[in-house]
Design a protein around this ligand. Structure first.
Ligand SMILES: O=P(O)(O)OC[C@H]1O[C@H](O[C@H]2O[C@H](CO)[C@@H](O)[C@H](O)[C@H]2O)[C@H](O)[C@@H](O)[C@@H]1O
Length: 377
């Protein structure tokens, strides 16, 4: 299978930044400033790749505010109170899910909640070494409790195995690789049967494995090896194989060298028109050109659980990153359920509510359990 041929090169970026019309995109997430977007650029057009490279660097810098501004501001009281004020103003648009709990509970009355949780930055704090992003035991207990009452799935950019290793709970559904690797319930109505295979989970229970990007596996493995090679001399760079996508972390790279990371990845991707580049929290992510994302994974899981087209279902999705915006958008546009953005600083989102950090996420999960326990007595 030759997935590398083609006369164009897919290169990441946010079309609003480069001012490129979304009609040029192989597919478009209309109207969202947050969805990961990518471009198909004629490979031989001189100068254009340079523009994309400098845009990528801008994006890497602007999407890493904690690295630049907040650290500098930490000891500055005025800056701190300005930041608090800005956060409070922002919460008028994205109210705290804790402060608004009664309202959420009211709309959940008589409905079945389906819970979707991101992992990094939502259930575990962001740390420098991605291999050490452990969740606390208290959080594990909270997730286990909530899963007793509501169907619960974790949807992560990590590989499904890795996120299971971190969470270690068998009572949940897991979707890895940004939803491109879903282990969900066996259901006659899961829609796309072509990419579904029957499997068994850690409990020996029959499950459905949905892997819409399975044909990209050899390509992802190949690009993973190349990424290891081209970043091996960049101090602090780390490449993580997430099975159907690959992460290139630059959190521990000196900011002066971020352009070296970005340029190297873009140069490599010129040869891979079937792959695209997106970015998250100090990470570049190489993934298949495929119209599939966390929002589609939510829809797929709801369908597998028999919870679509039901007025009595309230999906809640909690996440912190750009890739979670696809899920927030699906819920917002479908006018069903709530997205909850986890963020310690103001940012535009398709979510309805906000939580400041994983400790507030845990409080929210515990509140859901308490509310449910009370309502079943
Ligand atoms: O969808 P998620 O579960 O949020 O996964 C997204 C990425 O999360 C991880 O990277 C992020 O967390 C790391 C650990 O705290 C941090 O060091 C890194 O800077 C963050 O970007 C994970 O390592 C990536 O592979 C995921 O794609």
């Amino acid at each position: 299978m030759d997935l590398n041929s083609g006369s164009t090169s897919p290169v990441l970026t946010d079309n609003t930044r480069l001012g490129i019309h979304s009609g040029l995109l192989p597919y478009s997430h209309s109207g969202s400033a947050f969805s990961p977007l990518f471009l198909t650029i004629p490979r031989k057009r001189p100068g254009l790749l340079d523009d994309v490279k400098s845009s990528l660097l801008d994006t890497m810098i602007s999407s890493s505010p904690t690295h630049n501004k907040l650290l500098k501001d930490a000891n500055n009281e005025t800056a701190q109170s300005d930041a608090d004020l800005a956060y409070r103003n922002w919460m008028c648009k994205y109210p705290s899910a804790l402060a608004s709990f009664e309202q959420i509970a009211k709309s959940a009355n008589g409905k079945r909640i389906a819970l979707f949780l991101d992992y990094d930055g939502t259930l575990s704090p962001i740390v420098d070494n991605p291999d050490n992003a452990f969740m606390s035991n208290a959080m594990r207990v909270a997730v286990r409790n909530v899963a007793k009452y509501f169907p619960t799935a974790i949807i992560s950019g990590r590989s499904r195995d890795k996120v299971y290793e971190f969470v270690g709970l068998t009572e949940l559904y897991y979707a890895g690789s940004h939803g491109m690797d879903i282990m969900g319930p066996v259901s006659p109505s899961h829609g796309d049967s072509t990419n579904c295979i029957k499997s068994v989970d850690k409990n020996g229970k029959e499950v459905n494995l949905f892997q819409p990007a399975s044909k990209f596996l050899p390509l992802i493995d190949e690009v993973h090896k190349s990424l290891l090679e081209i970043t091996k001399d960049i101090v602090g760079a780390k490449v993580e194989n997430n099975k159907f996508c690959v992460s290139v972390h630059y959190r521990n790279v000196d900011q002066k060298s971020w352009s070296i990371v970005g340029d190297a990845v873009l140069e490599l991707l010129k040869g891979y028109p079937r792959l695209r580049l997106t970015h998250g929290r100090m990470v570049l992510e190489v993934r298949p050109v495929l119209d599939w994302h966390k929002g589609k994974a939510v829809e797929f899981l709801l369908k597998s659980l028999g919870l679509t087209n039901c007025d009595d279902v309230l999906p809640i999705y909690v996440g912190d990153d750009r890739t979670d915006e696809d899920a927030f958008k699906v819920l917002r546009e479908g006018n069903r359920g709530y997205g909850i953005l986890v963020s310690p600083m103001p940012k535009e989102s398709n979510a309805f509510y906000s939580l400041r950090d994983p400790s507030e996420v845990m409080e929210f999960l515990n509140a859901l359990v308490m509310w449910k326990k009370k309502s079943v007595v």
